[in-house]
Design a protein around this ligand. Structure first.
Ligand SMILES: [Zn+2]
Ligand SMILES: [Zn+2]
Length: 343
């Protein structure tokens, strides 16, 4: 099969062709695995982090890509959940041990043996992809492959961050930063909790206006005082200051969820500059979001079909993978970028 691979860590700004197109043997399923003919694979900023060494893959050469939508073409002897011809897909979670304390508690996203698709196992920038049937998902019926693929990453992780924030109808929730993943979270809140007031903090007037159009109750600048205090807030910014400036707006027992794999380097003292009585006293909580569980993906795919949440997409032909990565790096972002691999 044809596959794009990362051969080694490299600087994307100096190397315009960081992925190499190579020929690999077609994958063969173990008894509990399925083979998916990949129709579409979403393109994520994480691929750039892998190429540039901020999220180092477990082996090279590796096929990246963790937002996979396609069709089952082969199944192992013991496979029960899928049959040949089913639409199937996979997200960031490739496997977890299933036996440790965390896995048993439903926190397989935190398992020390957590394997990420396209980072610790071959991903979806290829004609075929294999995975254990128990870590693959049936796809929504009413969406195309291209529309489905991006749901596996930003949407599913956004859903997890919302569940961790634990909102209830009648409460106030803050969204700090208003990029693609926050739009999705806003739509989920409006559908699941119609009586929640949403407060959006964003630096750009355009995003604030967009948030209000999508049904936010209030939109202001980062650090601007909202008209009411918040029960919870979800941060999706790449920097430290925005979530830290929001802590003082939380109610007692308020919860701040940080949905970011990493924060850009800052003066470490900034964290220590928290004003304990204003920022943390009265049982305020700060929590990060790491990876996703199968339950998150499963529930989110169903929710996305019901609302419906169809991501705006920009489709690239298979051979343009390097161009797509360059466009993400240069922030030429119109919609979620998707690699079209088969028809
Ligand atoms: Zn991703
Ligand atoms: Zn485990």
């Amino acid at each position: 099969m044809k596959a794009w691979v990362i051969e080694n860590i490299t600087d994307l700004s100096k190397n315009p062709e960081p992925l190499k197109l190579i020929e690999l043997p077609d994958p063969i399923p173990e008894s509990d695995e399925i083979i998916i003919k990949v129709h579409a694979c979403g393109i994520c900023h994480t691929e750039i982090d892998e190429i540039e060494g901020r999220a180092i893959p477990s082996f090279f050469p590796i096929i990246p890509g963790h937002q996979i939508a396609g069709e089952v073409v082969e199944i192992g002897k013991r496979v029960e959940k899928f049959k040949i011809g089913d639409k199937a897909g996979a997200g960031w979670i490739y496997s977890a041990c299933g036996k440790c304390e965390l896995c048993k508690k439903g926190l397989e996203n935190l398992c020390s043996e957590f394997k990420a698709t396209g980072k610790d196992a071959h991903g979806g920038y290829a004609e075929y992809f294999k995975i254990k049937e128990t870590f693959a998902f049936h796809l929504p019926e009413t969406f195309s492959y291209e529309e489905t693929a991006p749901l596996f990453c930003a949407g599913a992780i956004g859903y997890r961050s919302l569940m961790l924030a634990g909102p209830e109808n009648g409460q106030n929730i803050g969204l700090i930063g208003f990029g693609a993943s926050a739009h999705l979270v806003l739509k989920m809140i409006r559908y699941l909790f119609p009586d929640i007031k949403i407060f959006v903090f964003s630096r750009t007037p355009k995003e604030r206006e967009f948030a209000l159009n999508l049904g936010a109750f209030w939109a202001g600048d980062i650090g601007e005082e909202p008209p009411e205090k918040l029960h919870s807030a979800i941060d999706t910014t790449p920097v430290w200051r925005p979530p830290l400036t929001t802590l003082k707006f939380l109610l007692p027992a308020g919860r701040l969820i940080i949905n970011a794999i990493r924060k850009e380097e800052v003066d470490k003292n900034e964290l220590l500059n928290l004003d304990y009585p204003k920022d943390l006293w009265l049982e305020k909580e700060i929590k990060s979001v790491a990876n996703v569980t199968r339950k998150d993906i499963e529930e989110f795919l169903k929710l996305a079909e019901k609302i419906p949440i169809k991501p705006e997409i920009e489709v690239y032909p298979f051979k343009k993978a390097n161009q797509a990565l360059k466009d993400i790096k240069n922030r030429k972002i119109k919609g979620a970028k998707v690699l079209k691999i088969a028809n």
